[in-house]
Design a binder for this molecule. Structure first.
Ligand SMILES: Cc1cc2nc3c(=O)[nH]c(=O)nc-3n(C[C@H](O)[C@H](O)[C@H](O)COP(=O)(O)O)c2cc1C
Length: 308
């Protein structure tokens, strides 16, 4: 059973942090479908520190949103420490530090994947966040900078020595971005030297594949990102139903959660995007996706789904 610090989980399957997707409604939905832990979108330490409005909206959570990890990104140890203190007050189960995001906007400021190039700075950040957080701290990183510079092992040692309670490894390098394949051998090597739980991540497209990778690598938990979009059944043994009609209750539930927690007028494009993802590989699904994307209001989108 997956346990991080003194917290154990009903399932070792975890919803990955997905910027632009893993907000409260999607986290609640994935948890209802079996995810043992969910992770928020990455939250800027500067946004928190300076009280930016957009950052505040990312902190929306509730009592059902547990266990949850809130993910922080940034490159300044002092601000990361201050932000960790502020984030702790929102009472997440964990704070996760992003040391793997390859997006330019993040790396050009030295954060995300760029931290893999500077282990001393990364260490200062983990130390500062651990010192200021009231909840256990975890780190998510990649296999390395590129195939000549695999950093996962030294980062794991550094993180556990600096107080991290678990580490997630996405088996791709920074240079790979999202191309090629995740290297699960590196995840296995990390598990061999780790003294904290190791969560493996990369290219898991079903519950069965997740169990296989756990078995092969020995890792303690499995994190799923892209395969969860439009597919919360990925957290269940039986996977997505074959019958089109059987997917509709999940879509309706997701829309109901979005109605409660989102500003449906302002976030219609976002809602259409999430909703369209359910309709893949069914007869007529491209036509349904087109209709979803042409709906000009949330009630119209809901009645379209109700009519299916
Ligand atoms: C749209 C999108 C947004 C992402 N946002 C984040 C993020 O905010 N923080 C993070 O650590 N990783 C982020 N990732 C990386 C995922 O968490 C995950 O590591 C990666 O997608 C590999 O897992 P997968 O093959 O299961 O998708 C993002 C990935 C995608 C596709």
């Amino acid at each position: 059973m997956l346990q991080i610090a003194d917290i154990s989980f009903a399932s070792p399957f975890i919803l990955a942090p997905l910027a632009g997707y893993s907000d409260l409604p999607f986290r609640l939905l994935c948890r209802e479908y079996g995810a043992g832990l969910t992770v928020s979108e990455m939250i800027s330490c500067h946004g928190l520190f300076y009280g930016q409005k957009k950052t505040q909206t990312m902190l929306v959570s509730n009592a059902d949103d547990k266990p949850v990890s809130f993910q922080l990104f940034g490159a300044d140890p002092e601000i990361m420490g201050e932000a960790a203190a502020l984030l702790s007050d929102h009472n997440p189960t964990f704070i996760d530090i992003n040391m793997g995001c390859p997006v330019k906007k993040v790396t050009k400021r030295g954060a995300g994947s760029a931290l893999m190039k500077d282990i001393h700075l990364a260490e200062k950040i983990v130390t500062a966040v651990c010192a200021n957080s009231k909840v256990p701290v975890t780190v998510k990183t990649r296999a390395g900078v590129d195939k000549e510079n695999i950093t996962a092992l030294e980062f794991t040692r550094m993180c556990q020595n600096s107080g991290a309670a678990a580490i997630t490894i996405h088996g791709r390098t920074w240079a790979q971005g999202f191309s090629g394949k995740a290297d699960w051998q590196i995840i296995r090597q990390v598990k061999e030297i780790a003294t904290v739980p190791v969560i493996g991540n990369g290219d898991i497209d079903s519950y069965a594949t997740g169990l296989e990778r756990m078995e092969e690598s020995g890792c303690d938990g499995i994190m799923i990102g892209r395969a969860a979009l439009g597919n919360p059944w990925v957290f269940q043994k039986n996977g997505r139903p074959d019958n089109f009609k059987d997917i509709i209750p999940a879509v309706k539930r997701h829309l109901a959660l979005m109605e409660i927690y989102l500003d449906t007028d302002r976030q219609l494009a976002y809602i259409r995007n999430h909703t369209g993802r359910y309709f893949i590989n069914f007869p007529g699904s491209s036509r349904i996706r087109q209709s979803i994307h042409s709906m000009e209001s949330f009630p119209k989108l809901q009645s379209l789904i109700n009519s299916l």
